[in-house]
Design a protein. Structure first.
Length: 210
């Protein structure tokens, strides 16, 4: 099961691990974002016992703090992925994915509950059509918040990267409906569900030769 993190990330990229070099220019990008998100996975079998449906739902609410002269930019996005397979015929009947910012998302600050409602368009590649899925989903925490800390370092020629993760995680249960084209793609409760909160900061330096 993938953990949910409150992630505090510091990513620093140094273009020259051995000092400055001539005939090179550096581009520096600085950003910081924070927010909360939820994810859930569902799996169901139809009445025939042959058609299996896997559905993934995510929703994120956050703020990206642009460096001066920019300012904070709030954002909300939610998305769905669906795979439906007929085990009798051996055919993939639905393969769809899509996202939108036209949803209503509420996540409790203590990661105890969350709700997501709205309509999400998805591109369905088997039929080559667009499906409009109505979502009405609720997440409920089923475990205590767990704090996690990790550090990682990457070094390749030209730059060095260091990352620090300091976070909280909380498992949960999701239930509700994702419906469209006469089908409910989430008739059962989730097989996994998670809450996340994050604060992420990064500094990157990209070097190009003059």
């Amino acid at each position: 099961m993938r953990p949910n993190f409150l992630i505090v990330v510091s990513l620093i990229v140094f273009a020259f691990a051995t000092g400055p070099r001539a005939n090179a220019a550096a581009q520096v990008a600085v950003g910081q974002s924070s927010g909360s998100n939820v994810i859930a996975s569902f799996e169901s079998l139809d009445a025939s016992g042959y058609v299996i449906t896997d559905t993934f739902v995510f929703a994120d609410s956050g703020i990206f703090n642009n460096p001066p002269p920019g300012g904070p930019t709030p954002s909300i996005v939610a998305g769905i992925g669906i795979s439906q397979f007929d085990q009798c015929s051996g055919l993939l009947t639905i393969a769809a994915a899509g996202s939108t910012d036209q949803v209503t998302l509420n996540i409790a600050t203590d990661l105890s509950t969350a709700t997501l409602t709205g309509t999400i368009p998805v591109d369905e590649v088997v039929s080559g059509t667009t499906l409009y899925l109505t979502v009405n989903m609720k997440w409920t925490a089923t475990a205590d918040i767990v704090h996690q800390v990790s550090n990682s370092h990457v070094r390749v020629p030209g730059f060095v990267a260091a990352a620090h993760f300091n976070g909280d995680l909380r498992d949960g249960l999701a239930s509700g409906s994702v419906s469209g084209s006469g089908q409910d793609f989430t008739p059962d409760v989730s097989i996994s569900a998670q809450f996340e909160q994050l604060v992420e900061g990064q500094v990157s330096v990209q070097v190009t030769k003059k």
